[in-house]
Design a protein around this ligand. Structure first.
Ligand code: HEC
Ligand code: HEC
Ligand code: HEC
Length: 149
C-alpha cells in the first residue's frame, strides 16, 4: 500500500466512524476538545441506499468496479451497483432546480472526494446527473431518475 492509499483508507474509516447515519450535514463535530470539520454529504432519495450506508461508505469503489466489469465484459446490466442509478438517486438540485453535474462542488460524489482528495475519471464518459427531459406538457420540468428503467 502506498502512503497516499493508507491515508485515504484512514480517512474513509474515520468518516464511517464519526458520520452518523441519519445526519446529512454534519459540518462540525466535537471529539474531545477538538472540533473536526467533516464533509457535508447530501442525502440520497428514498429511505435506503442499494446496500447499507455504512457498507457503501467503505466499499462503493469496489462494488462499482465489479459492476463495471460485469457490464463491460459480460454484458450484465441493471444490477444494484449501477453508476447510472447512483447519480439518479443521489442527484442534488442546484440553484436553477436542475440536478448539478460533477462540475459543481455540491455534487454528491464530490462531497467526500474533495474532502479526501480523491479524483475519479468516471464522469469523462458517464453522465454525472440523470437524464434531464422535458415533461409531456412542455413545462421543462425535470424528471428525476429518468435514466432509470
Ligand atoms: C434508490 C436510491 C439510491 C441509489 C440507487 C443509491 N443510493 Fe446511495 N444512498 C441512498 C440513501 C437514501 C442513502 C442514505 C441512507 C442512510 O443514511 O441510511 C444513501 C447513502 C449512500 C452513501 C453514504 C453517504 C453518507 O452519508 O455517508 C454512499 C457512499 C452512497 N449512498 C453511495 C452510493 C453509490 C456509489 C450508489 C450506486 C452504486 C448509490 N449510492 C445508489 C439512496 C440511494
Ligand atoms: C473511457 C470511458 C469510460 C470511463 C472513463 C469509465 N467508464 Fe464505466 N463504462 C463505460 C462504458 C462504455 C460502459 C458500458 C455501458 C453499457 O454497455 O451499458 C461502462 C459501464 C460501466 C458500468 C455498468 C453500467 C452502469 O451504469 O452501472 C459501471 C458500474 C461503470 N461503468 C463504472 C465506472 C466507474 C466507477 C468509472 C470510474 C472509475 C468508469 N466507469 C469510468 C465507459 C467508461
Ligand atoms: C461517504 C463519502 C464518499 C461518497 C459520498 C462517495 N465516495 Fe467515492 N470514495 C470515497 C473515499 C474516501 C475513497 C477513497 C478510498 C480508497 O482509495 O480506498 C473513494 C474512492 C472512490 C473510487 C476509487 C478511486 C480510486 O482511484 O481508487 C471510486 C471509483 C469512487 N469513489 C466512486 C464514487 C462515486 C461514483 C460516487 C458518487 C456516486 C462516490 N464515490 C461517492 C468516499 C466517498
Amino acid at each position: 500500500m502506498s502512503l497516499r492509499r493508507i491515508f485515504i483508507v484512514l480517512v474513509a474509516v474515520f468518516m464511517a466512524w464519526v458520520v452518523p447515519g441519519e445526519a446529512q450535514t454534519v459540518p462540525e463535530k466535537k471529539i474531545g476538545n477538538n472540533s473536526v470539520l467533516l464533509p457535508a454529504i447530501p442525502r440520497g432519495q428514498g429511505d435506503h441506499c442499494v446496500a447499507d450506508a455504512d457498507f457503501m461508505r467503505r466499499n462503493h469503489m469496489t462494488m462499482l468496479m465489479h459492476q463495471r466489469d460485469e457490464t463491460v465484459r459480460q454484458g450484465i446490466r441493471g444490477k444494484p451497483f449501477s453508476l447510472k442509478e447512483c447519480v439518479a438517486c443521489h442527484a442534488v438540485e442546484g440553484p436553477d432546480a436542475m440536478p448539478v453535474t460533477v462540475a459543481s462542488p455540491q455534487h454528491f460524489c464530490r462531497a467526500c472526494h474533495d474532502y479526501a482528495a480523491v479524483s475519479i475519471d468516471c464522469f469523462q464518459c458517464h453522465a454525472s446527473r440523470p437524464d434531464v427531459v422535458t415533461d409531456a406538457g412542455g413545462q421543462g420540468g425535470v424528471v428525476r431518475g429518468a435514466a432509470r428503467e
